[in-house]
Design a protein around this ligand. Structure first.
Ligand SMILES: *[C@@H]1O[C@H](CO)[C@@H](O)[C@H](O)[C@H]1NC(C)=O
Ligand SMILES: *[C@@H]1O[C@H](CO)[C@@H](O)[C@H](O)[C@H]1NC(C)=O
Ligand SMILES: *[C@@H]1O[C@H](CO)[C@@H](O)[C@H](O)[C@H]1NC(C)=O
Length: 368
């Protein structure tokens, strides 16, 4: 059931219980209903707080095969499990619970693709585990072809795909070296045939030194050694936005952009100055705001999305993820490095998928 509809029903039921005559007998709309109405449209599912819910997590991660060693925190010895037991509660409405069987039936025969860096990998693995929980192992087929890894839920013909791309725009090998082409997006040819696209890019835009996967940036005719990275991000994202405007057929394809996924290396952001990683964090931040506000990149994302004339849904997970300093692997992963950037699976990315599902079912109803 859609968020808006669920909320409308809960209000109607609420009014009915308190004073049933309002809903019976005549067509007068009470002033109470009128006053409530504007709230319906206003409910922003991305504003809220984390609440304890003993029915969580939504699946048992040890039953989900092939979780990457980077994300399988329980398997690699994370001793606490409180972090698995939080549900996102929007301020003004309820999110529908993730219904894996409904998801598979609703999107029968469709392809859904996550496109981006390792945060997309994180997001994709969570969706596979959520769906895996309701079908037999034997009905899931996985294969990799170049940059694309596909898990097919064969009984439903649903393909959940991952397209690895650090910047969305192109990197090409040329005589001078590797060139990041911030105004070229050739893979769009592949993406535009997919039914549901979920984009993400951010992590790599500030990489420097040996981890930087390019030697030069090309912007139009200019070849540059480097440029302001936030400007580069804005330009690259604009190339993507122009591609959406020119190449996406909104009758076929629904487009999402995932907001900036935050990391937690600076304890002063949650009032523990001196702390330099997330290793001691076992609980979310209470309330609905984070001390630093949104990172600058999140504003760049919002500004660029405004230039898109087609419907693109911002999966605005930044603030709700900022509150989850407890949800990173820290050292409970298969390589033992300290990781306060990615997220445990099961864990926070399940909520990203719950929000994706809520947005999709709201759209499906409107469009059909
Ligand atoms: C999760 O699954 C594993 C193996 O399938 C099982 O041993 C464990 O008890 C399960 N955990 C919960 C909380 O159900
Ligand atoms: C999308 O559908 C509408 C209404 O059916 C139609 O007018 C429009 O041409 C279609 N657009 C594309 C790009 O196919
Ligand atoms: C993580 O932080 C703890 C305490 O804040 C510190 O003792 C430890 O050395 C840090 N570990 C890494 C790998 O940074």
């Amino acid at each position: 059931m859609g968020v808006a509809l669920a909320y409308a029903c809960s209000i109607l039921v609420g009014i009915f219980v308190i004073c049933p005559w309002m809903c019976l007998g005549n067509n007068n709309i009470t002033s109470m209903q009128w006053r409530r109405q504007p709230q319906l449209k206003k409910c922003n599912v991305y504003e809220g707080s984390w609440v304890f819910d003993k029915s969580y997590p939504l699946y048992n991660s040890s039953a989900c095969p092939h979780i990457r060693k980077e994300f399988d925190c329980q398997k690699y010895g994370r001793p606490d499990n409180l972090y698995l037991k939080y549900r996102w509660q929007p301020q003004d409405c309820h999110l529908p619970r993730f219904d894996a069987r409904d998801f598979l039936e609703r999107f029968m025969g469709k392809k859904i693709m996550f496109i981006g860096d390792s945060v997309s990998l994180n997001h994709w693995q969570s969706l596979i585990c959520l769906l895996h929980a309701v079908v037999p192992d034997s009905s899931i087929e996985q294969h990799t072809d170049g940059s694309v890894t596909t898990s097919t839920f064969q009984d439903y013909g649903v393909s959940v795909m991952l397209f690895h791309s650090t910047y969305l725009v192109d990197i090409e090998e040329e005589q001078i070296g590797r060139v990041l082409k911030i105004d070229s997006i050739k893979n769009g040819q592949i993406w535009k045939d997919i039914d549901i696209l979920v984009f993400n890019t951010w992590l790599w835009w500030y990489r420097r030194g040996p981890k930087q996967p390019w030697d030069y940036i090309q912007d139009g005719d200019q070849i540059l050694q480097d440029m302001d990275r936030m400007v580069a991000f804005q330009k690259g994202l604009t190339t993507w936005a122009n591609w959406v405007n020119s190449d996406v057929n909104p009758n076929k394809t629904k487009v999402f952009f995932q907001g900036i996924s935050p990391s937690h290396y600076y304890g002063k952001e949650w009032n523990e100055p001196g702390v330099r990683n997330c290793s001691k964090e076992t609980q979310p931040i209470s309330g609905s705001t984070y001390s630093t506000g949104l990172p600058q990149a999140a504003y760049v994302v919002k500004d660029v999305l405004k230039t898109i004339t087609k419907t693109v849904h911002l999966l605005d997970i930044t603030t709700l993820s900022q509150l989850r300093k407890d949800a990173h692997p820290s050292s409970y992963n298969g390589f033992r490095g300290m990781d306060c950037t990615h997220w445990c699976v099961a864990g926070l990315p399940d909520t990203w998928n719950q929000l994706l599902y809520a947005a999709l079912i709201a759209k499906t109803r409107r469009n059909s």
